[in-house]
Design a protein. Structure first.
Length: 250
């Protein structure tokens, strides 16, 4: 979980709102795609010189977007680093110096405080169509849900990690439900779309990419600019790769 001197932030294709030079000048509101990954090393992508890990699509995004080569996250843990990114503050300043602790009865009651103004809320108020896809890890209670923190559309999971193959995790989840267990490991729970359980069928990294394309297609029919936060849980544990990917490393 600890990744000192590495980026949780892989690539930010992020265009900030432009201030008009003159009072009468038109304000530009570009589309914003923010890609956030989990436990990736700085040189684990092609555009940063990796000779072994092939990332052609990310390389193309990097060449046409913005890459922050000295943008360090404010914390080496998953949850606080995200909270710092969205609030623009050090997470210990609002009581989140570590990942959210679980209680004896289940998930943490905590989340990024409602008193914190998040960039997603700011952009939503500015007229953006906002979406979050992938890993959340900033609170599982209703008041902390992405739909209540500035995101109109959310597809993914709320916890700190997840298994990658639905054919493996869903049967285990369903067995736990059938046994009457109410405290089920987050890594086994179904995906959700705006609060509704979804029985995903694809490898999660592919599923999140699919949903990102779906969101952008939907946004193309909307008059508003969009802000999409695409948060892959890869390459965070468990280390589960597709056969075709493992075949590249005999």
């Amino acid at each position: 979980m600890r990744m000192p001197h590495h980026f949780n932030l892989l690539i930010t294709v992020l265009c900030m709102l432009l201030c008009p030079a003159l009072a009468h000048a038109e304000v530009s509101r570009p589309n914003i795609l923010l890609i956030f990954v989990d436990d990736l090393g700085y040189a684990d992508v092609g555009f940063n010189g990796s000779p072994d890990i092939v990332t052609p699509e990310l390389d193309q995004l990097a060449s046409g977007g913005v890459v922050f080569s000295s943008a360090y996250v404010v914390h080496p843990f998953c949850g606080p680093s995200r909270m710092g990114l969205f609030s623009g503050r050090y997470p210990h300043e609002f009581g989140a110096p570590f990942n959210l602790p679980e209680t004896k009865d289940g998930p943490s009651e905590l989340g990024i405080p409602e008193s914190e103004t998040l960039v997603s809320t700011v952009l939503q108020r500015a007229g953006y169509f906002t979406g979050a896809i992938g890993k959340w890890h900033m609170g599982v209670k209703p008041q902390y849900h992405p739909n209540n923190r500035g995101f109109e559309d959310f597809y993914g999971f709320l916890g700190g990690g997840h298994c990658y193959f639905p054919s493996q995790y869903l049967p285990k989840y369903e067995a736990q439900v059938k046994a009457g267990n109410t405290r089920i490991w987050d890594y086994l729970k179904p995906m959700e779309h705006n609060g509704q359980e979804i029985r995903e069928t694809e490898y999660l990294t592919d599923a999140f990419s699919r949903e990102a394309c779906r969101f952008i297609r939907q946004a193309s029919g909307d008059d508003r600019p969009f802000f999409l936060y695409l948060a892959y849980n890869a390459p965070h544990t468990p280390l589960e790769a597709k056969e075709e990917d493992m075949a590249m490393f005999p």
